[in-house]
Write a protein that binds this ligand. Structure first.
Ligand code: C2E
Ligand code: CA
Ligand code: CA
Length: 661
């Protein structure tokens, strides 16, 4: 998309350059035409002046008779566009006392006369300059000329002074000659050229300009049409690539690009955080309201988010119901408060729909890191906080980052672990309290990954329970245990009951019982050689389903045990509805504590109760001799603990068991 964008800009730049060049070319053309015309004008103008001087001075350098001069002038003078000849008589103080001008538009004529006055007058001015000589009836014809009233002469002089001044300043005086008039005073005759904006040239130029402007305009319109068409295409593609259709916000891709840009040009002390916002149970909302109304909800969330942001901040909509913010912050407490306020607004707005939100925050440390990764940190925090019912804001810190990074690592390897049999079964024997015989064993998963090293069950089981992979692991372990039993059966050995852990997720699956039966039966081994350990906390999920499933399993011939008994707080309560086969006392009772006496009391009473309810009792996590002695005295059935044996590989187990028997 970057490519597309830059291509578009390139196109725009090329078009702009073409238009500028066209405009410049037009300008040059106009200048050229003007200059040519101007030069031509000047050339013929100079010629005309030469001519005129000849007439004025006559062959012998004397002034001609005015009549004669007029005739010559009329005959020879060409009409020169945009030009004026001025002819002025100045007194000794350089003041204009008389004058005339010849312009393109007039029939050139100059007449001098000097019979009554000391200055020259003009013959046609009234017709040419009505502005100055409005009242022609005042003019008195005299020998083909006009005699002006004093006022008119004064107007005329004012007019002529202008050209004279221009002549002087523009150094365009062509001819200057001093002479003595009949009054004995010294005057000078000044002939100058005075160019105005040329009429015809102007018109000619105007045509060119109009034609040229027309062409440029036409080309411009065509180009603009093209640009707007390609702009529309670009907008369409831009929309597809960068805009979220439901909310109109920028999408994740655009967020990454913009975030990189915003932070690149940030001030050094400006700090940014990424906030990942998720609507809790949005799937349920979709299901309940339908897609359209759910979309409307997303749009309203987007609108609220937009109003909360500053100029330097960003907002985007990612996949499903996740929004991303790029926020400026000073300190974490202030940012937390800001999110709380935002959450208050969102929850208030959606009070009717009872919407709840989860916020994962990552305060960026290293702006040079890949944005996918930075956003992922906020995502990870959001995922964790979404699991929690207590909190709704979680800041991703370095420890959590590390832990989550590790989880991603494990997750990327877990499928492999089963396929390549990196996870193996270890068996931990369950001894009779006197240690004389082995009454069973528990299958425990051990993962030795060539890539990650030894991974403790405490780590991967928790993760698999979270991501659901535990169901696969349970089936894998069950399958492996069945293989062992089958092998022993085929070798004619006495079968020892092996217990397999069944996770809560697995237990809640509809076809769980059938699933287990299918696996075990496929090996044709007796069902009672497999025991199923169900962890105590599973009993709180859905009691009715639980009771039903356990009864089904028992009916199918399996032994079912309640694992970790006593670790939760309502173990006793669940026993009243469930007729289990075995109770496994949680190892915590045998950990060292200040209240050993209390622990002993509970253990004793639990054993008594189990006996009354006709259940077997297994003590787990027993490490010490005196504990074994105590359990023996209390009538506990079996002991599983490091005191007798740690979990071990199958071949080792075989040696102990079949060596013993
Ligand atoms: P659990 O089912 O309660 O298993 C007993 C745990 O106690 C095992 O830990 C075992 O090694 C440990 N243990 C046994 N005797 C002693 C002792 O004397 N002292 C101490 N300190 N610990 C003892 P492990 O193998 O680390 O497994 C931890 C948990 O992971 C298990 O607890 C079980 O809930 C789960 N797990 C292990 N394998 C599987 C599996 O295949 N499927 C499922 N769903 N869960 C499994
Ligand atoms: Ca267990
Ligand atoms: Ca246990």
């Amino acid at each position: 998309m970057q490519f597309l964008r830059s291509k578009h800009f390139l196109f725009d730049i090329i078009i702009t350059i073409i238009l500028v060049l066209a405009a410049l070319e037009g300008l040059f053309l106009i200048l050229e035409v003007t200059e040519n015309t101007f030069c031509a004008t000047l050339a013929s103008y100079d010629e005309q002046l030469d001519c005129m001087m000849n007439w004025l001075e006559g062959e012998d350098g004397e002034f001609l008779d005015p009549e004669e001069m007029y005739a010559r002038l009329a005959e020879n003078t060409e009409r020169i566009p945009g030009s004026y000849l001025t002819c002025s008589i100045l007194n000794a103080d350089k003041q204009v006392v008389a004058g005339d001008s010849i312009s393109y538009t007039q029939i050139p004529s100059i007449q001098f006369y000097s019979d009554e006055q000391d200055y020259f007058a003009v013959n046609h001015v009234g017709s040419l300059f009505p502005k100055f000589f409005s009242d022609q009836s005042h003019f008195e014809r005299k020998g083909g000329s006009i005699t002006m009233s004093a006022q008119e002469v004064s107007n005329w002089l004012t007019f002529l002074e202008m050209p004279y001044l221009d002549l002087v300043t523009d150094e365009m005086i062509y001819y200057e000659k001093e002479f003595t008039a009949e009054d004995g005073q010294a005057y000078s005759l000044v002939i100058g050229r005075y160019l105005t904006v040329p009429g015809a040239v102007g018109r000619q130029m105007a045509y060119i300009v109009i034609i040229y402007a027309g062409v440029v305009l036409l080309v411009g319109v065509v180009i603009l049409c093209h640009i707007s068409a390609s702009k529309k295409d670009y907008q369409k593609i831009y929309h597809i690539a960068y805009v979220d259709r439901t909310t109109g916000l920028r999408n994740r891709t655009k967020f990454e690009l913009d975030a990189a840009l915003y932070t690149k040009y940030r001030k050094q002390k400006t700090k940014y955080a990424i906030v990942c916002i998720d609507i809790r149970k949005f799937r349920v909302i979709m299901e309940y309201y339908g897609k359209e109304q759910a979309g409307q909800i997303l749009k309203e969330v987007a609108d609220i988010l937009k109003t909360e942001l500053d100029k330097k901040e960003l907002c985007a909509k990612d996949k499903n119901d996740v929004f991303l913010l790029l926020c400026v912050y000073d300190n974490i407490e202030e940012l937390k408060e800001r999110i709380r306020v935002l959450n208050g607004k969102l929850e208030a707005h959606f009070e009717k729909d009872k919407l709840k939100f989860a916020y994962g925050v990552y305060c960026i440390q290293d702006y040079s890191k890949d944005w996918k990764r930075l956003i992922n940190y906020a995502y990870m925090a959001k995922d964790v906080v979404k699991e929690s019912t207590k909190d709704n804001i979680l800041f991703m810190d370095e420890d959590k980052k590390e832990q989550m990074h590790r989880e991603r690592e494990l997750e990327s390897e877990m499928e492999n672990a089963l396929q390549k049999k990196e996870i193996v079964v270890y068996l931990q024997p369950k001894y009779s309290t006197d240690g004389a015989s082995i009454g069973g064993a528990e299958a425990l998963a051990r993962w030795n990954s060539p890539k990650l090293g030894f991974v403790s069950p405490g780590e991967f089981i928790k993760l698999f329970e979270k991501n659901g992979f535990i169901v696969k692991l349970d089936r894998y372990m069950l399958d492996a245990v069945c293989q062992i039993q089958k092998k022993w059966m085929e070798e004619g050995k006495n079968l020892i009951t092996i217990s397999v852990n069944i996770s809560r997720v697995h237990l809640m699956m509809e076809d769980m019982v059938q699933d287990i039966i299918k696996i075990i039966d496929s090996y044709r081994i007796p069902r009672n050689c497999i025991e199923l350990e169900i962890t105590e906390s599973a009993f709180f999920d859905d009691k009715a389903v639980m009771i039903n499933t356990i009864e089904e399993l028992q009916k199918a011939g399996f032994t079912v045990s309640m694992d970790d008994f006593g670790a939760g707080y309502s173990s006793l309560n669940s026993l009243k509805d469930l007729s289990l086969d075995v109770i496994k006392l949680d190892g915590e009772f045998f950990r060292e504590s200040a209240n050993e006496n209390r622990s002993q009391t509970i253990v004793r009473d639990t054993i008594d109760m189990a006996k009354d309810l006709q259940m077997k009792i297994v003590a787990e996590g027993v490490e010490k001799k005196d504990q074994v002695g105590f359990l023996d005295a209390m009538g506990c059935d079996l002991i599983q603990g490091f005191y007798f044996a740690k979990p071990m590989p199958i071949d080792e187990f075989e040696k102990i068991v079949y060596g013993l028997s």
